[in-house]
Design a protein around this ligand. Structure first.
Ligand code: ADP
Ligand code: MG
Length: 300
């Protein structure tokens, strides 16, 4: 059997099943970051993300934006846990023939994001490689009471998404701001039951919440914030790397959230969590309900 016959998620499941964890691990594989015991009132968060030339960016891509994306995608995962990013290590594979200016620009991009979100860059590793590879591992913290998992969505929760969905391939996938301030506002002011950031596509990532929470959902075509860069509604729902947040909270708090939302970032109420036996449905603008599958991007 080859990896692509198994699929990315089955492969990760297989890794997960073979690992035995100590009781210091609150959540290992299966969320946006690992959750580890730390102090009386805080957990440590730990996440990593890798960017590969030819896959996540191309030879002509702006080096500064490549650096920006490398750290921002990790911060997005810490944000999705309700936490605050703290310390990063950066491992790079660079071809020896690479223009020094390009390498410097990548680091300038990383440093700018680190400064903006108060992340200390504390180490890494450097190897020669035919193609550019950048891997960042990031540690963060979250107050125990503010931790937001994929697995705690409740029936009747309102489902929200930040920003616009789809078409990120045009530029946004390289040039986005992780929704850290928004996430911190949410966890400090509301009981957020579940949260995830969009890397695989809205349907797939909402699908991760539903699967981990054993729930179904209905989502509304009418209020979906489709980006003008998206080809159409259906592709917007499946396009990866939006780096927006999907979250759920009890419906009785949804109006207050919409009232006091203080950011320019768009906020859209896009659906409702249902009992798992009710399935996963899309309510079309014409009122019809369509059964949908949480499909999106996978690496193989
Ligand atoms: P995200 O898109 O939020 O970064 P991924 O889809 O990359 O999440 O990963 C999902 C989960 O699987 C995470 O908990 C991640 O730590 C874990 N994971 C991914 N690849 C591996 C691997 N090679 N070994 C162990 N865990 C992995
Ligand atoms: Mg994520």
């Amino acid at each position: 059997m080859r990896l692509k016959d198994l699929g990315e998620f089955n492969f990760i499941n297989r890794i997960s099943k073979a690992i035995r964890l100590s009781n210091r691990v609150v959540k290992g594989i299966g969320d946006d970051a690992a959750v580890l015991k730390y102090t009386k009132d805080k957990y440590l968060l730990f996440t990593t993300d890798m960017l590969l030339e030819g896959k996540h960016f191309y030879k002509g891509s702006s080096a500064r934006l490549v650096g920006k994306k490398a750290l921002s995608s990790n911060i997005s995962d810490i944000a999705a846990m309700g936490g605050i990013p703290k310390f990063a290590v950066i491992s790079i594979g660079f071809p020896g023939s690479l223009d020094l200016k390009y390498a410097d620009e990548i680091y300038r991009g990383i440093r700018k994001v680190a400064d903006r979100f108060s992340v200390d860059l504390v180490g890494g590793d450097t190897v020669g490689s035919n193609k550019i590879i950048i891997n960042i591992a990031l540690i963060g913290e979250v107050e125990i009471k503010n931790l937001t998992l994929r697995s705690k969505a409740k029936e009747k929760d309102a489902i929200f998404v930040t920003g616009n969905i789809g078409g990120s391939i045009k530029l946004k996938h390289l040039n986005f701001t992780p929704r850290l301030e928004e996430a911190r506002f949410l966890v400090k002011n509301f009981k957020i039951n579940s949260m995830i950031d969009i890397s695989d596509g809205l349907l797939a990532d909402l699908g991760h919440i539903l699967e981990e929470s054993d729930k179904g959902a209905v989502i509304y075509e009418k209020t979906m914030p489709v980006s003008k860069d998206a080809i159409d509604f259906n592709s917007a729902m499946r396009d990866g790397e939006d780096f927006e947040l999907i979250f759920t909270l009890p419906e009785k708090h949804a109006d207050r959230l919409e009232d006091i939302w203080p950011f320019e970032t768009r906020l859209s109420r896009i659906g409702q969590i249902r009992d798992i036996h009710k399935g996963f449905f899309l309510a079309r603008k014409n009122g019809k309900l369509e059964k949908i599958k949480p499909s999106g991007f996978t690496h193989f």
